[in-house]
Design a protein around this ligand. Sequence first.
Ligand SMILES: [Zn+2]
Length: 190
Amino acid sequence: MNFGSHVDGIVAVSAALVNAATPGERQGRAYELPPAGQLATEIGEALQLSSRYEGPPAANRVRAFVEVAEVVRPVYERLDSGDVDAAAHAVNGLLARYGARPKLERHDGQPWHLHFHGPAAEDRSGWGGSVAMALATVLGSDYADRLGVCAAPSCDRVFVDVSRNGTRRFCSEACQNRVKAAAHRARQRP
Ligand SMILES: [Zn+2]
């Protein structure tokens, strides 16, 4: 999948942000949000997936990133359950919420490329507009089915499937191996 490296990077950020900053289950265990300091580090790691990385968020911006993660998660869940219409409406909601506006920018020796910053008041993370626009690009393409939720039991982490044939089902190798091992054990039972 390739929407241009900038969009691909932001889509990857959106999944990593959901996985770091929404509670639920991760790879067989309950996942609670870590303390603020550690959460900021994990959000920083998510942001590194984009060329727009500017370091981990300051403590007073962590909550704004959690908000972005919370409103992005339903997009993945609806696409995973095949409800593309609901996912599209959710993305339209994100575009409106963050007032994503295109603007060509050039920085750090890169060629001109589109950024989608929203007005600061509605987008305190500074990433809501970019994430909304990147998800809109995916939803408006032939690759909407590439966003999903892990199919392993006791895991609800999300993923972007960039494999050639688009058959990814799990958030991680850990979950893939868990499911394989469970199937193997089931076959061994008399
Ligand atoms: Zn998983």
